[in-house]
Design a protein around this ligand. Sequence first.
Ligand SMILES: Nc1ncnc2c1ncn2[C@@H]1O[C@H](COP(=O)(O)OP(=O)(O)OP(=O)(O)O)[C@@H](O)[C@H]1O
Ligand SMILES: [Mg+2]
Length: 220
Amino acid sequence: MSSLLLKAHAIAHRFDYTLFTDIDFTLAPYQSKAIVGRSGSGKSTLLHILSTFMPPNEGSVSVLGQDIYHLTEDKIESLRRYNIGIIFQFHYLFKGMSAIDNIEVASMLSGEKIDEGILEKLEIKSLMQQRIGDLSGGQQQRVSIARVLSKKPRIIFADEPTGNLDKETATLVMDVLLDYCKSTGAGLLLVTHDEAMARRCNGVYTLEDKVLKEDSIEAL
Ligand SMILES: Nc1ncnc2c1ncn2[C@@H]1O[C@H](COP(=O)(O)OP(=O)(O)OP(=O)(O)O)[C@@H](O)[C@H]1O
Ligand SMILES: [Mg+2]
């Protein structure tokens, strides 16, 4: 069996026009890869395709050795619940509930314990009793990241996780994501507009002219 966490082959997708074609992509344990590209180039769409949420027009995606678009609903549901963590570009927290209750929902569903160390590192431990609606955008963003990590996923898909954060907080979030991969062997796929964050990953790819190109370090 392949030891890859994720393997995508010959992915193509179009809405009104062709967004991208012939994309091959892999992610191994402990590996972090960043995808950059202009707004509208299709980065979020590609991330949704790779993370079980949108079947592509063409190509195949396998996650942990399973061909995800040919699985039963039960099996997809179980992959999402236990193995895949998605940090969305626009996060989805329950606004009326406290921060800690939001995090507990995720860890209860996956049967994992909340890691207090992650709350500390993200500097949100003291905010846990506050209602989400009363937190700032950047604080909510960090709660949503803690929620994803607390279920101990094997692959993290992160779409602009540092988008509305100042540089210092963004660096801290990136530290937490990379530390998590290093300590658990998880893989990280990061979509970002922030080149400094992208460069901290093991590989950087640009979605441009409908294809995904691997950047050489010198080009960055
Ligand atoms: N469900 C959809 N139906 C129709 N068109 C869509 C859909 N989702 C995305 N698109 C279109 O596909 C294109 C790529 O969108 P996508 O969100 O993937 O871009 P992106 O690279 O993530 O951009 P950004 O950097 O602004 O987040 C856009 O033109 C968008 O309008
Ligand atoms: Mg996007």
